[in-house]
Design a protein around this ligand. Structure first.
Ligand SMILES: [Zn+2]
Length: 262
């Protein structure tokens, strides 16, 4: 943060003193954005004239609001539907990959289940897309609202999971591998959000997909054996990991403020 402006500078700024040069005004404004103390001092320095003007504006705004039409219902529902529609191509892509994986596993029964190997990654493209401003026609509006934080990311992630989990459940239920499909899928979703709080959700999703493909999927296909990580005995560990990652993500709630540019 820049150094606090002097009280006399704040007084002159509040009074609109034409003697203050542009650079000083600019540095005061930049400082005020980040310093609550100086904003409080500025509020104390406002002239009677400014206070009268603000009161006048407040009365006029109140009058216009009272005379205007009744407030319309919130657009949150419509926005949610727009988001679901925007996510459908990603879910369709994920479903196609999973169906292809299931077909390959059916044709090559000696290979480990590709669906099981890919299940942890299934929601990640959707989660990354849900946090992208390119997909969101209202991102400028969102960027300026207090809800542009973890709560919104969680709601959007829930939409993605609500679309992806039934697809996975459809594959898992038949093979008695439901917990081993859904728990890693939830753990990876939480890990994406947690890592996303450090490097951005988009990068986190790509990084985790590449890491899982390199460390688990490729060796499993090479050796034609499922890794210990995806044996039924690992179910408890996945449950613990999911809860721990979700708790850590909540602790980093303050880091989610902006949509990524991707
Ligand atoms: Zn200050």
């Amino acid at each position: 943060m820049t150094t606090h402006p002097t009280l006399s500078d704040i007084d002159r700024y509040a009074g609109g003193d034409p003697g203050l040069d542009e650079a000083t005004v600019w540095s005061i404004e930049v400082h005020l954005e980040g310093c609550a103390d100086c904003r409080a001092r500025l509020a104390g320095s406002t002239t009677a004239e400014s206070r009268a003007l603000i009161a006048e504006v407040a009365v006029a705004v109140d009058r216009e609001i009272a005379a205007g039409p009744a407030p319309r219902r919130s657009h949150a529902g419509i926005r949610q539907r727009v988001l679901v529609v925007a996510l459908l191509p990603w879910v369709a892509m994920t479903t196609t990959v999973l169906v292809t994986a299931a077909l390959l596993s059916h044709l090559l029964p000696e290979m480990p289940s590709l669906v099981l190997l890919l299940a942890p990654l299934a929601p990640l493209p959707g989660v990354a897309a849900a946090w992208s401003r390119r997909l969101d026609p209202a991102w400028e509006l969102i960027a300026g609202t207090p809800s542009a934080g973890l709560a919104m990311l969680l709601r959007r992630t829930a939409v993605v999971l609500a679309l992806v989990i039934p697809v996975l459940a459809g594959f898992g239920a038949g093979q008695g591998e439901l917990a081993l499909m859904l728990l890693p899928c939830l753990a990876f979703t939480a890990a994406t959000l947690l890592l996303g709080s450090l490097v951005g959700v988009h990068r986190a999703a790509i990084g985790l997909m590449v890491a899982w493909a390199a460390v688990v999927v490729a060796p499993s296909l090479a050796t034609a054996e499922l890794p210990v990580l995806l044996e039924p005995a690992a179910t408890g560990a996945w449950a613990v990991a999911t809860v721990a990652l979700a708790a850590l993500t909540l602790l980093r709630a303050g880091q989610f403020r902006r949509l990524t540019t991707f």
